[in-house]
Design a protein around this ligand. Structure first.
Ligand SMILES: *[C@@H]1O[C@H](CO)[C@@H](O)[C@H](O)[C@H]1NC(C)=O
Ligand SMILES: *[C@@H]1O[C@H](CO)[C@@H](O)[C@H](O)[C@H]1NC(C)=O
Ligand SMILES: *[C@@H]1O[C@H](CO)[C@@H](O)[C@H](O)[C@H]1NC(C)=O
Ligand SMILES: *[C@@H]1O[C@H](CO)[C@@H](O)[C@H](O)[C@H]1NC(C)=O
Ligand SMILES: *[C@@H]1O[C@H](CO)[C@@H](O)[C@H](O)[C@H]1NC(C)=O
Ligand SMILES: *[C@@H]1O[C@H](CO)[C@@H](O)[C@H](O)[C@H]1NC(C)=O
Ligand SMILES: *[C@@H]1O[C@H](CO)[C@@H](O)[C@H](O)[C@H]1NC(C)=O
Length: 887
């Protein structure tokens, strides 16, 4: 709900106050207000140029901020109708006068802030009616004496903060406020040079547990024993008093007697590159101190001459101190404070504006002494539940940071932003086994680089909380965390773990107690689905702001998982497997996933994701605002986008997987068929060959039954070739070749016309003849060359194992080697192993010189050379004949 509070038209400014009831608050939470004080309607009129209290603030407003305006006078009825007000801020508003009883109806008001106004005096009944007031701050007023007369009006007051009025004695009335716990003096209205015992004379028996003197400009001394005889006082804060030497303070406080003080804050006092002398602490007062904060005093070390004087010290904060320049750099705590449990050594370096902003300028937030010590980590379970069977006992020397040896009792170690300090690591191993360390915060450090891989950290079995965020971790070696068996909260965010390419397959597999793992901002592009499989206690997993393009997480055993943050990655959709796992997980435990700021696409691939999003019981953070983009359009609401148009794109997408294989199949078949077609002769040949081989027994081998096979164009139908109905080439073979070869030379030739088996296929006969002949006589006529069958048979023959030297080409019809197909042409060249003989005369029987030469060559070519025949098996490819075609 946002309700605008309109201002009266007479106001100089037309700026509107803002109103909200979303749980925000105009002040920092503190432990004194009741929890209900922070709820309800909050109206913020800060810096709106108001000159009076707006009347239109409605009754239900619980918090009202009127700070930084110019409201000189507060009238008696200004707040009369704001009866629900719990918190009212009127600071810095140039208030001069407060009407008597002006807060009388604010009976529920718990905190009132009047800091920094022009008020010079307060009317007697100004606080009447403030029956619930718990925190009253009125520093920086222009009063000349301590205001009083509010004891009967504010019975619930716990915290009273004001400026010191010189060294005036604190009014007895303050001591009578039954619940007053904190008496805080911030700055001074009249210079306070020395805190004296007399100042507390009226409040010695009061229940005040904390006294603070902060940000005093004149303060230089504390009288010795000034805080003696304040038996209920527990905490003493003297911070940001830049002219008071912290060393002088330590010695003055040492004289304090009859006291319960156990917490001392000396932050930001005058230092100057200093060493603490531990002897300073060897007094009864210091021996009982349990919590000590000495920030920003340029402390460089502590000298140990009296071990054990801080033996009750449990917690120490030395933040914002000097870099370690000399030795001993930072205290050897195990000697100085052997029982210390919490050490904070953060922000090492000379203290700068950061410290002042955080600890000096703020008047309201440091009223609680706990604010000066490290934030308490989340509640840890009883240590009896720890897994203690870690076998890896430390044999190596203890972990040492910048010369700091830590005592065995240490449980909480804060080392945030320690600058150049780095762990002193020897032999690639370090051990923190002698510590009972449960909490380690090493956020914002550079030294974490070596921790992740370079060396082994042993004896960490008790660690439960580790914050190594904002560092330079680039790698966690797979077994690195195996000994960290009790880890429960791990924050590794803002590192660079992604650049090592590790997918965490083994990294977290031993962390059975891990509840909260933060891996955000790590440049991770891939995470192994099984990375967290064994983390059976995991409740929250943060993978936000990485570079993940897909995600899957095995959750079968993760019974407690309730939150997964995947926001700010590069997911275009969620996988079916992951969505299923989320749904199953939801049946085990309420589950929320954050998938904001992704780059979801509204396409076919995300269709199941879009559908899932609408029906899943899994909690999806800001589900209604999730968007996807399609084409040039982005920002389409995933929960509202129409599904049908996306389905249409799916039809295409769905068809693709069918069409593509079919298409590819057809292409393959076509290629196959053409291959078969192209090689059909070869295939046929081999099929027949196989068949023949099977058929013929070894006793009846085909080989070399004939001396040569004569191949020629057989078809008689060709008119050019015909003479008297008989093909000329047939006639030539029958009448001229055969008589000579068989009768005269005693050879045996295979001639198709004569020797083919009737009824057998052409190929069958070809193979038979070819296989059973030693040589092949090819009668190259024009018809032969033109006939594709003839040429295919020839090509098939040439592809077989018969050496080329076995071929005798007889050229008829003036065929020139240059006019035949390319493959054949090569065989007719002079350097070819084949024999080529030209036959001038196919018809007549002239016994001219040329004819005689032809037949002599023919005989030479056909005759088997007995020696060569014997060698044939060994040198099969050796040319038998080389006849020049010089016919
Ligand atoms: C307070 O409320 C009463 C009754 O609703 C009204 O008459 C009066 O003017 C209000 N006072 C102020 C200062 O707004
Ligand atoms: C304010 O307080 C006075 C007396 O304390 C009372 O008479 C009056 O009714 C109160 N006004 C409201 C609005 O509660
Ligand atoms: C505030 O008080 C100072 C002196 O204390 C005076 O000079 C100044 O004018 C006052 N401012 C207002 C707005 O009253
Ligand atoms: C201090 O507190 C106790 C108990 O809380 C109370 O009985 C006692 O009256 C208080 N003392 C003063 C001076 O208010
Ligand atoms: C301690 O201080 C209180 C308050 O001043 C006083 O009453 C008491 O006598 C003192 N005790 C001792 C032992 O001095
Ligand atoms: C570690 O310190 C940082 C900085 O002070 C703080 O924000 C963070 O919460 C701490 N981590 C844990 C786990 O307490
Ligand atoms: C790291 O994560 C833990 C637990 O999620 C959280 O308490 C802590 O504040 C985080 N640290 C920083 C520096 O944000």
């Amino acid at each position: 709900m946002v309700l605008a509070v309109f201002l009266r038209s007479s106001f100089v400014s037309s700026l509107q106050c803002t109103s909200s009831n979303d749980g925000s608050s105009i002040v920092d939470h503190n432990k004194w207000l009741s929890p209900g004080a922070y709820t309800g309607v909050v109206v913020d009129c800060r810096s709106r140029g108001l000159t009076r209290v707006p009347i239109s603030v409605t009754k239900e407003v619980t918090q009202l901020d009127l700070g930084r305006n110019t409201i000189p006078a507060i009238g008696a009825n200004d707040f009369v109708n704001m009866t629900d007000l719990r918190i009212l801020v009127l600071s810095n508003s140039f208030v001069n006068t407060l009407a008597n009883n002006c807060f009388r109806n604010l009976t529920r008001l718990e905190q009132l802030d009047l800091n920094d106004n022009n008020i010079t005096s307060l009317p007697v009944g100004v606080f009447s009616g403030l029956l619930s007031l718990r925190v009253l701050t009125m520093t920086g007023l222009h009063v000349t004496s301590y205001p009083n007369l509010f004891v009967s009006h504010t019975p619930e007051l716990r915290v009273l903060s004001m400026s010191a009025v010189g060294d005036a004695t604190i009014p007895a009335e303050y001591g009578r406020l039954p619940r007053l716990e904190v008496l805080d003096f911030y700055e001074e209205t009249q210079g306070l040079e020395k805190i004296t015992a007399a100042m507390f004379d009226n409040v010695r028996d009061a229940n005040i547990s904390t006294i603070a003197f902060r940000h005093m400009f004149a303060l230089k001394k504390i009288e010795e024993g000034a805080f003696s005889n304040l038996p209920n006082l527990r905490s003493l804060i003297a911070s940001c008093n830049s002219f008071m030497s912290y060393h002088a303070m330590i010695t003055s406080l040492a004289a304090t007697t009859n006291t319960s003080v156990d917490t001392v804050v000396l932050d930001g006092t005058k230092g100057g590159l200093s060493l603490l002398n531990q002897a300073d602490f060897c007094s009864p007062f210091w021996r009982r101190v349990q919590r000590l904060s000495i920030k920003c005093v340029q402390l460089a070390g502590i000298v140990f001459n009296h071990p054990g004087c801080l033996s009750t010290l449990r917690e120490i904060s030395l933040d914002y101190n000097a870099p370690m320049l000399m030795k001993p750099v930072i205290p050897h705590f195990s000697v100085a404070a052997p029982n210390v449990r919490t050490i904070s050594l953060s922000h090492i370096g000379f203290c700068t504006g950061n410290f002042n902003d955080a600890f000096c300028s703020e008047r309201n937030c440091l009223l609680d002494v706990d604010d000066y010590f490290p934030v308490r980590p989340p509640v840890l379970p009883d240590s009896t539940t720890l897994i203690t069977n870690d076998a890896s006992h430390c044999s190596k020397e203890p972990l040492v940071f910048g010369g700091v040896h830590f005592p065995a009792t240490l449980e909480f170690l804060h080392m945030i932003d320690v600058g150049s300090v780095s762990p002193r690591i020897r032999h690639g191993k370090a051990c923190i086994d002698q510590l009972h360390l449960r909490y380690l915060n090493i956020s914002l450090n550079q030294f974490t680089k070596v921790l992740g891989s370079g060396f082994v950290l042993e004896g960490v079995s008790r660690l439960e909380i580790v914050d190594a965020s904002n560092g330079v971790l680039e790698r966690l070696a797979p077994g690195y965390l195996n000994h960290f068996v009790n880890l429960r909260f791990v924050n590794l965010s803002h590192n660079s773990l992604g650049i090592s390419g590790s997918d965490f397959r083994e990294t977290f597999s031993r962390l059975l107690r891990l509840e909260d793992l933060n891996l955000a901002h790590n440049k991770l592009s891939h995470v192994n689905p099984r990375a967290f499989e064994h983390c059976i206690s995991l409740r929250r997993l943060n993978l936000a702001n990485n570079e993940l393009t897909e995600i899957d997480i095995y959750m079968d055993r993760l019974v407690a998982l309730e939150y997964i943050d995947l926001s700010g990655n590069r997911l275009v959709t969620l996988s079916h497997a992951f969505m299923t796992k989320l749904d199953i997980q939801f049946q085990k435990h309420d589950l929320t996933v954050d998938i904001r700021y992704e780059i979801f696409m509204c396409n076919c691939r995300s269709l199941s994701f879009i559908r899932w999003l609408r029906v899943t019981p899994v909690g999806v953070t800001e589900k209604e605002t999730l968007t996807c983009s399609r084409g040039d359009t982005s920002g389409l609401r995933l929960t509202q986008i129409a599904i049908e148009p996306i389905e249409t794109t799916c039809d295409i997408d769905r068809l693709l997987p069918v069409v593509v294989p079919v298409f590819v199949g057809v292409i393959l078949v076509i290629i196959g068929v053409s291959l078969v077609r192209y090689h059909r002769w070869y295939i046929k040949y081999h099929l027949v060959l196989c068949w023949l081989r099977d058929e013929v027994t070894s006793a009846n081998r085909l080989e070399n039954q004939y001396d040569a096979m004569v191949t020629y164009f057989l078809h008689a139908a060709n008119s050019r070739d015909q003479q008297d109905g008989v093909a000329r080439i047939s006639r030539w073979v029958c009448t001229r070749l055969l008589p000579r070869a068989e009768d005269e030379w005693g050879l045996r030739l295979y001639v198709g016309d004569r020797d083919d088996l009737g009824g057998a296929s052409k190929m069958h006969n070809f193979v038979r003849g070819f296989q059973s002949s030693d040589k092949v006589v090819v009668c190259l006529t024009l018809e032969f060359i033109d006939d594709s069958d003839c040429m295919n048979y020839l090509a098939t023959a040439l592809d077989s194992s018969k050496p080329l030297s076995k071929y005798i080409f007889v050229l008829f019809d003036d065929i020139q080697p240059t006019s035949v197909p390319r493959r054949l042409r090569q065989l007719l060249l002079p350097n070819s192993p084949c024999v080529m003989i030209k036959c001038g005369n196919i018809d007549g029987d002239d016994d001219g010189e040329a004819d005689l030469t032809f037949w002599r060559r023919m005989r030479d070519a056909l005759m088997r050379d007995p020696d060569q025949a014997r060698c044939r098996r060994i040198v099969d490819t050796m040319p038998l004949l080389a006849v020049q075609h010089d016919v």
